[in-house]
Write a protein that binds this ligand. Structure first.
Ligand code: ZN
Length: 112
């Protein structure tokens, strides 16, 4: 029987909001719905660490949808005001904490 590590990238949604942002189709500042998500690496469905924060922008006037853009000030005018509401969830580091404790426990058992 072969052993294949089961891991990959998954996504969790952080939240939605409506902000005033520039729409490239309307070429004006319009109300834009945003959906912020985080991609994370997992092994056996245990999150190891986040890999990217992305945003989907939907213009309320022309319904232009721009998906999977990087969550940065390049695409969001009010990025510095809203970034504090969309932080990486701490549970996405669960696997990193487990691996760190396993290494520390192993090192402690060798030193003891
Ligand atoms: Zn638009």
């Amino acid at each position: 029987m072969m052993f294949f590590p089961k891991g990959g990238i998954d996504r969790v949604y952080l939240g939605t909001d409506t902000i005033l942002n520039r729409c490239p189709a309307c070429e004006a500042d319009k109300e834009v719905d945003i959906l912020v998500s985080v991609c994370y690496f997992h092994m056996y469905y245990i999150p190891i660490f986040p890999t990217a924060k992305e945003v989907t922008l939907i213009c309320s006037k022309c319904d232009l949808k721009r998906a999977d853009l990087p969550f940065s000030d390049k695409y969001i005018k009010t990025y510095n005001e809203i970034k504090q509401f969309y932080k990486y969830p701490i549970y996405l580091y669960t696997g990193t904490v487990i691996i760190t404790f396993a290494i520390l426990l192993l090192a402690w058992s060798i030193v003891k």
